[in-house]
Design a protein around this ligand. Structure first.
Ligand SMILES: Cc1cc2nc3c(=O)[nH]c(=O)nc-3n(C[C@H](O)[C@H](O)[C@H](O)COP(=O)(O)OP(=O)(O)OC[C@H]3O[C@@H](n4cnc5c(N)ncnc54)[C@H](O)[C@@H]3O)c2cc1C
Ligand SMILES: NC(=O)c1ccc[n+]([C@@H]2O[C@H](COP(=O)([O-])OP(=O)(O)OC[C@H]3O[C@@H](n4cnc5c(N)ncnc54)[C@H](OP(=O)(O)O)[C@@H]3O)[C@@H](O)[C@H]2O)c1
Length: 380
C-alpha cells in the first residue's frame, strides 16, 4: 500500500530494505563491483531511468574506534551532532561527520596545536600542489597519530569536521520493469594507504555493513537532463565504462518495456572480459534477441596496448555518423576526469572526418546536439 502521507526526501530519506547484494566482478578482478536491489514497497516513491539514488550512509565503526583511541576518548562524551542536537561522540562520528579525509579547518587547527611548521607552510596558497600530494590517501586518523601532542576536546574536534554527505548512484533498473524496487551498480572503493586498508564510506557501507533484509536510507535525485527520447523510434548510442553501465541497463530495460523500435547501440569498457564484463548474460541475450542492435566492448587489460571505448568508436566512425545523422541521441556515463573527455574528443573527430567538417563546424555540431538534448552526459 503506498504511503501517501509521508513525503520522502533528502531531509527525510526512505528506509529501503536491501533485497539483493550480488557481486558482479569475477574472482580475479581488481575490482569488487556489486549489484544491489532496494525495495520501494509502501513508499509511494517513483523514479525514472536516468535518475540517481542518494544513499545516506554511515561510517565504519572500526574507523570510529580508531579515532576515539587517537583522541583518548571513550565515545560517551557529549558533542553537538548534525543540526546541533547533543549526542554521544561515538554516534556523531558514526553518522553525522565525515571522518576520513581532513578538512582545511582541521589541518589548520592541527598545525597550530602541534606547532608543526612543515604542515603550516604546506597550508599556504603557494604550496597547494605539495599539499595535495601530501594529503593523497591520508586520513584524519593518520594525522592524529602522527601528531600525538595535538590534543582536541571532543567538542572542538567535531567542530573541525565536515558533515557526512550522501553519495549518489545511477539507477540501474527501469521502473516499468521494477516499479517496486530500484537497482544500483556500485564499485566498492578499497585501497591501501599508510599500511592500512582504506574504505570508501558509502560503497563499503553497502558492500559490508548493511545486511540483506536491513534498511538503507535513500532519496531520489532527479536527472532531467539525462533522459531517453520519448519517441522510441529514435536510435540511441550509449557509451559507458565501468559502473557507467548502470543507467544504460535501465535505458535498455525501459526501451524494451516501451516496445521501442529505434536502434540501441551499447559501447561498454572495463578491464578484463572474463572478470569485468558487468551484466554480460543480460546484454548478450539482448543482442542475440536482436533488441540490442550493436554491442561493442573494449577490455583495456586483455592485451598489451590499452583498448578503450573511444577506440571502438573510432573503428565504427562511419556507422556512428550515420546514426547521428538519423537523429540519434548520444549518451555517456562513467569517469569524468579521463573517459568522458576522451570520448568527447573521439566524437568530435568522427563528426569532423565522416561529416567532412572543419574542427569548428564539428564543435558547433556537438553544441547543437547538446542544446537539442541529443548529447547527454552523466559523469562523475
Ligand atoms: C551523479 C552520480 C552518479 C554516480 N553513479 C555511480 C554509480 O552508478 N556507481 C558507482 O560506483 N559510483 C557512482 N558514483 C560515484 C559515487 O557517488 C561515489 O563517489 C563513489 O561510490 C565513492 O564513494 P565512497 O563513499 O564509497 O568513497 P569515499 O569515501 O567518498 O572515498 C572516495 C575517495 O577515496 C579516495 N581514493 C579512492 N581510491 C583511492 C586510491 N586508490 N588511493 C588513494 N585514494 C583513493 C579518493 O580521494 C576518492 O575521492 C556516482 C556519482 C555521481 C555524482
Ligand atoms: N571520479 C572518481 O573518483 C571516479 C570515477 C570513476 C571511477 N572511480 C573509481 O574507480 C574504480 C572502478 O570504477 P569503475 O568500475 O567505474 O571503472 P573505471 O575506473 O572508470 O574504469 C573502467 C574502464 O575504463 C578504462 N579507462 C581508463 N581510462 C580511460 C579513458 N581515458 N578513456 C576510456 N576508458 C578509460 C579503464 O581502463 P584501465 O583502468 O585499464 O586504464 C577500465 O577499463 C572504483 O573504485 C571507483 O570508485 C572513481
Amino acid at each position: 500500500m503506498p504511503n501517501e502521507t509521508v513525503s520522502w526526501s533528502r531531509k527525510n530519506p526512505f528506509p529501503a530494505k536491501l533485497l539483493v547484494n550480488r557481486g558482479l566482478s569475477g574472482p580475479y578482478s581488481a575490482n569488487d563491483t556489486r549489484h544491489y536491489e532496494l525495495s520501494l514497497a509502501g513508499s509511494g516513491l517513483t523514479y525514472e531511468a536516468g535518475d540517481a539514488v542518494g544513499v545516506m550512509e554511515s561510517n565504519c565503526l572500526n574507523l570510529v574506534q580508531e579515532i576515539l583511541d587517537a583522541l583518548h576518548c571513550s565515545g560517551d562524551e557529549c558533542v553537538p551532532g548534525e543540526g546541533g542536537t547533543q549526542k554521544r561522540l561515538r554516534d556523531a562520528l558514526w553518522k553525522d561527520y565525515a571522518i576520513n579525509k581532513p578538512s582545511m579547518q582541521f589541518l589548520h587547527a592541527l598545525a597550530d596545536k602541534a606547532d608543526d611548521s612543515f604542515l603550516r607552510s604546506l597550508l599556504t596558497p603557494e604550496h597547494k600542489p605539495a599539499l595535495e600530494h601530501y594529503l593523497e590517501g591520508l586520513h584524519i586518523v593518520d594525522l592524529l597519530e602522527e601528531h600525538p601532542s595535538a590534543r582536541f576536546t571532543p567538542e572542538e574536534f567535531v567542530s573541525h569536521l565536515r558533515k557526512l554527505l550522501p553519495r549518489l548512484y545511477s539507477v540501474a533498473s527501469s521502473p516499468k520493469v521494477h516499479p517496486e524496487n530500484v537497482h544500483l551498480t556500485v564499485a566498492t572503493v578499497r585501497y591501501e594507504s599508510k599500511g592500512r586498508l582504506r574504505k570508501g564510506v558509502a560503497s563499503t557501507y553497502l558492500a559490508e555493513r548493511v545486511a540483506v533484509g536491513a534498511v538503507v536510507p535513500i532519496f531520489f535525485h532527479v536527472a532531467k537532463g539525462f533522459r531517453l527520447p520519448e519517441n522510441g523510434d529514435i536510435p540511441i548510442i550509449m557509451v559507458g565504462a565501468g559502473t557507467g553501465i548502470a543507467p544504460f541497463r535501465a535505458f535498455l530495460q525501459e526501451r524494451m518495456a516501451m516496445g521501442a523500435k529505434g536502434g540501441n547501440w551499447l559501447f561498454f569498457g572495463d578491464q578484463r572480459e572474463k572478470e569485468d564484463f558487468l551484466y554480460r548474460e543480460e546484454f548478450v541475450k539482448m543482442r542475440d534477441d536482436r533488441f540490442l542492435t550493436r554491442l561493442s566492448t573494449a577490455f583495456s587489460r586483455d592485451q598489451e596496448e590499452k583498448i578503450y571505448v573511444q577506440h571502438r568508436m573510432r573503428e565504427n566512425a562511419a556507422e556512428i555518423w550515420k546514426w547521428l545523422e538519423e537523429g540519434g541521441h548520444f549518451f555517456v556515463c562513467g569517469d569524468a576526469s579521463r573517459m568522458a573527455k576522451d570520448v568527447h574528443a573521439a566524437l568530435r573527430e568522427i563528426i569532423e572526418m565522416e561529416g567532412g567538417k572543419t574542427p569548428e563546424q564539428a564543435a558547433e555540431y556537438l553544441e547543437a546536439m547538446e542544446k537539442t538534448k541529443r548529447y547527454k552526459r552523466d559523469v562523475y
